[in-house]
Design a protein around this ligand. Sequence first.
Ligand SMILES: Cc1cc2nc3c(=O)[nH]c(=O)nc-3n(C[C@H](O)[C@H](O)[C@H](O)COP(=O)(O)OP(=O)(O)OC[C@H]3O[C@@H](n4cnc5c(N)ncnc54)[C@H](O)[C@@H]3O)c2cc1C
Ligand code: FES
Length: 282
Amino acid sequence: MTNINKSSERLIATVVSNKRVGQYHQILLNVGQMVNGCKPGNFVAIKVGGDNAKMILRRAFAISRVSHSGPYGGSMELIVAPFGQGSKWLCAQIEGATIDLIAPLGTAFGIPTEPVRALLVGGGYGSAPLFGLAEVLKNRGCRVDMYLGASTGGKIYAPMEGKRSVNVLKIYTEDGSMGERGRVTEPIPGLIADGLVDVIYSCGPMPMLRAISHIVAGSDVVHQCAVEESMACGVGICMTCVLPVADSEGNVSMKRSCIDGPVMDGSQVMWDLVGKIPEAHA
Ligand SMILES: Cc1cc2nc3c(=O)[nH]c(=O)nc-3n(C[C@H](O)[C@H](O)[C@H](O)COP(=O)(O)OP(=O)(O)OC[C@H]3O[C@@H](n4cnc5c(N)ncnc54)[C@H](O)[C@@H]3O)c2cc1C
Ligand code: FES
């Protein structure tokens, strides 16, 4: 049985900075030695609303990047979209505020031992953990191309400094307001047909992850995706976050995306059954 990430711990972290970047907030937290256990793909569960809040459920956020040394010691960056009550509270926290968090949680992206041609695909704030991943892959000698997509340009997160870690960065928006018009998944079949990709790493909305899994099906391309299933506890207790996943023999079972994920093998997620109650096995 899978267990909670062994490196995880609870910490009261201090907000170092909180900057607006497009429609997102780039929040830097001082987390000290915790950065040593954080890997690209891991997430953090944050208590939102302060001590007296009625919001009892922690909110999950992908760890965008960590820095081991800097003026503040170990720090962790989050990219947060102000959406509902919890994320808006987090986006309102100013420098010096304290945040109650548990991290690092969940699985991390698998890093190849040999240099490969990697395509990183991000949807909306899903690009956040991909820049840290790109740095790790580059240091392993991989070719790293990154394709980012969103409905409109304001929802693209692509910081200037992140562009240094990739060979090619392409942007796709559905309304054509930034980069090329269209969906970020559209060029992928051509790249696969031309033999230009070995591994796809993806993070973003579930329909995008599902579409990529369907595109790579039948090819030799490996697809590692960071799923974003609604979570309540974030630590493996409540079963809110379960997804149907097949093992190597094709047996399907419900896996908790907070501890068996968020990074999963896209070919093993039973996308057509996500959100449905599985039939009982005889
Ligand atoms: C692995 C993972 C990584 C993520 N990474 C990011 C990221 O990098 N950036 C980002 O902006 N967002 C991220 N999210 C989404 C984030 O966790 C929140 O869902 C989002 O910020 C909206 O939360 P909210 O509190 O603003 O909205 P709300 O609508 O208040 O709550 C959002 C979710 O919390 C749960 N919830 C809230 N209240 C209740 C209740 N009373 N009972 C039951 N459930 C409730 C529900 O699942 C709901 O969908 C991630 C989610 C996951 C699972
Ligand atoms: S969120 Fe509770 S088990 Fe995954």
